[in-house]
Ligand binder design. Structure first.
Ligand code: FCB
Length: 441
């Protein structure tokens, strides 16, 4: 095995990402709590205290992150806490977020703040959620309130997390609240998410001209299952454009493009200072005329790929490289706003992490404008409709006792963050089977 070190540029941001509903706990005022009460979470799981950040355990988790050499953290603000009713603000909640953000700064971590990460206030859902015409006005007012209160601590803002997942899973596949399977509603929601993003972008810049604002899209690699089959190539290309490109294109060109529809949204043009890419996996797509409800496709993982314990993620690091390359077309700096794997035993995560950081390094070495990487996630947290069955944390969480236990990947990631590099020694220590592959000779 050759000895080598893959260095990253000075000032590269290394951290983890979390989302309010998944870590804070004890919130009964949003659509996800409602969804849970309706019995939609796997095995009847409940979010409960989550990681108890609202009870103060963010302090110990931020200590963990800081000691592990992280120099940034991405967290989200819970709209339903800041605005518990349509006509009411909760100043205490904002003060609490100020404490958290100060907590990051004091530990030397740059905050990236997401303003919307899947969860919506119940009152908004009663009005019709993101289908409701006035949602954009409400969202903008909430964003102004937050930026006004927290702007002293933040200048990296992510408006909306994975609008493509929110619209697809909530309004086409029906697995997220509100559980609809309605293309018309999905399109309305997509349009309003774009308008909401644009309104937030302009509001943030008005309040804080130096801010950097973007959104985080979920990029899913999609390859034709059978290269030789035109129908597979067509459906893979179509779904990829729809799923991966719809939002960043809207924010770059001010145009919505959706199966034969084209609509101008001029206020959205040029509304991304950076592109956030959440990458987890890549799949094969085969055309299937009889699978209308699955958008005329059957999708599956490449045979022989390494699959995560619940079958959720295939380890496809090449797909990560492709995702970063894809991001270049938008001509803005890139942050990897999420990447990780669910793996309670930490058997696959070490390899996954090393192989993905290696691809990240390849991109960085082509001088692609990649500025940071956020691993999903710091501590095991509440994985939406999959409840506690998926464990994405560098630290394991015992939901009964709130005890945390470090997984080996936390040490591996700490070494990467502290050295701002991936070295052959790290690979030899944490995933020796990869040594000959990454460092031949
Ligand atoms: C992403 C979400 C994040 C988390 C990871 C596993 O789609 O943004 O909240 O659930 O998946």
């Amino acid at each position: 095995m050759a000895q080598a070190t893959f260095h990253f540029p000075k000032g590269f941001l290394w951290g983890t990402a979390t989302a309010s509903h998944q870590v804070e706990g004890n919130n009964t005022n949003n659509n996800w709590h409602y969804w849970e009460q309706e019995g939609h979470i796997i095995e009847g799981h409940s979010c409960g205290l989550a990681c108890d950040w609202w009870g103060g355990r963010w302090r110990e988790d931020f200590d963990r992150a800081a000691e592990a050499g992280h120099n940034t953290h991405r967290l989200s603000i819970e709209w339903s806490r800041v605005q518990p009713a349509a006509d009411r603000w909760n100043e205490d909640a904002l003060e609490y977020y100020r404490q958290m953000l100060r907590g990051l700064k004091e530990r030397g971590m740059t905050p990236m703040v997401t303003l919307h990460h899947f969860s919506d206030p119940l009152w908004l859902m009663h009005f019709g959620g993101w289908e409701y015409e006035k949602v954009v006005t409400y969202f903008e007012a909430y964003v102004r309130k937050v930026v006004d209160a927290l702007g002293d601590y933040v200048n990296l803002w992510c408006t909306i997390n994975e609008p493509n997942v929110y619209a697809t899973i909530g309004y086409i596949f029906g697995e997220f609240p509100p559980g609809k399977q309605d293309m018309g509603a999905a399109f309305k929601v997509m349009e309003n998410l774009v308008r909401g993003h644009a309104a937030a972008y302009h509001a943030i810049h008005e309040l804080q001209p130096e801010a950097r604002v973007g959104m985080a899209v979920n990029y899913r690699g999609m390859l034709p299952a059978r290269q030789w089959m035109p129908a597979d190539r067509w459906i893979a290309g179509l779904l990829s454009r729809l799923y991966n490109d719809f939002f960043p294109r809207a924010a770059s060109e001010g145009v919505l493009q959706f199966i034969g529809r084209r609509q101008r949204v001029p206020e959205a043009k040029g509304t991304q200072d950076f592109l956030g890419i959440n990458y987890y996996t890549r799949e094969l797509v085969a055309f299937n005329l009889f699978a209308a409800s699955e958008l005329f496709s059957k999708r599956y993982y490449e045979p022989g790929s390494e699959i995560s314990p619940t079958g959720f993620i295939a380890n496809q690091p090449e797909g990560f490289y492709q995702a970063l390359k894809w991001g270049l077309q938008y001509h803005v700096p890139i942050f990897v706003t999420e990447n990780g794997v669910e793996d309670p035993e930490d058997a696959m995560r070490r390899r996954y992490l090393i192989q993905h950081i290696h691809q990240l390094w390849r991109g960085v070495n082509f001088n692609w404008p990649i500025e940071g990487y956020y691993h999903w996630s710091l501590v095991d947290n509440f994985e939406w409709e999959r409840g506690w069955t998926q464990r994405f944390g560098l630290w394991e969480l015992d939901t009964e006792t709130q005890a945390r236990r470090k997984r080996p990947s936390a040490d591996l990631y700490a070494a990467i963050c502290k050295q701002n590099a991936l070295s052959s020694e790290m690979v030899a220590q944490f995933a020796p089977k990869l040594s000959e592959i990454l460092f031949p000779g």
